[in-house]
Design a protein around this ligand. Structure first.
Ligand SMILES: [Zn+2]
Length: 291
């Protein structure tokens, strides 16, 4: 089990992360919130209504896992509920970073699942990145809707809102946010140049092996290779994937706890295959005209 970070180091880390996300324009005004689990029932978090770029280590409050204030001159972030839900459901997680980075949030506001099988570093270090359905920020509903997606993933897009990353320490969570935002930026730039080209399945098999070797679980280990690159990520992580692969194909749709997500996933997979087919046809036509 990951050791708890000393409180002084945790305070300094959250202030440094605040400076970095403000400098990188992942937040505006008083946006964003981060936290560190200091012990079995103590969470250090950012205060509400302050710019995270200019925090003083002494102003960060400490709360328990029920959200009760233990210490601090300022009240905790209004989005503390989702942090607490994550610590309750992911015993390996010691830090949470939530910001609104522009490129990642652009995907979240058009409600587009991120493409997979594009960049090796993303596949190995982030794995799948679910798009969590919308709920009003700060509410218990927002925390509850995130839980099924957070079981085995470490980076999430929040529909019409922003992004969350998790880590075994504050900087791991922060670096995952940098990787996520960089990935989204590259996807947007690349889409202006042409079609995205997926890695082939043998390259993906190597990357998934590498990911497993580094100790990260990935539900795609339980899926047939032709489903590794399907953009959507259903709620439930590895356990849901096991459930689906153990059932007959005709039962798969009802196996999901979220039929809307599964319908969306089906539509996206059909669209992806049609577009892929159209690309082949176009490439064949172009090759023919060159001859
Ligand atoms: Zn937010």
């Amino acid at each position: 089990m990951t050791p708890y970070l000393a409180e002084g180091s945790a305070r300094d880390a959250l202030c440094e992360i605040g400076r970095r996300v403000w400098q990188r324009e992942y937040i505006a005004s008083n946006d964003g919130n981060f936290s560190v689990l200091l012990g079995p029932n103590r969470v250090l978090c950012t205060p509400t209504m302050v710019s995270k770029g200019f925090m003083d280590p002494a102003e960060l409050p400490v709360v328990d896992l029920d959200g009760k204030i233990i210490s601090g001159p300022k009240p905790p972030t209004s989005e503390i509920r989702v942090h607490l839900a994550i610590y309750r459901h992911r015993p390996d997680v010691r830090a949470v970073v939530h910001v609104h980075p522009p490129h990642a949030t652009a995907f979240a506001v058009v409600r587009r699942n991120l493409p997979k099988c594009i960049l090796p570093e993303v596949e190995v270090f982030l794995g799948e990145i679910p798009l969590v359905p919308y709920a009003t920020p700060g509410t218990q509903e927002f925390a509850d809707i995130t839980i099924p997606y957070m079981q085995t993933h470490n980076a999430f897009l929040l529909t019409n809102h922003g992004a969350i990353t998790l880590g075994s320490d504050p900087f791991e969570a922060y670096y995952r946010m940098e990787t996520l935002e960089q990935y989204c930026r590259i996807l947007i730039l690349a889409s202006q140049l042409g079609d995205l080209k997926e890695l082939d399945l043998s390259a993906m098999a190597d990357l998934l092996k590498l990911r497993a070797k580094l100790g990260h679980c990935d539900r795609r280990e339980h899926l047939p290779p032709q489903e590794w690159c399907t953009p959507s990520v259903p709620p439930g992580g590895v356990r849901a994937a096991n459930l689906v692969t153990e059932r007959a194909p005709s039962q798969q749709q009802s196996a999901s706890s979220d039929p809307v997500a599964w319908r969306q996933s089906l539509v996206e997979e059909i669209t992806r295959r049609v577009l892929q087919r159209l690309r082949y046809i176009r490439e064949d036509t172009e090759k023919g005209s060159e001859r």
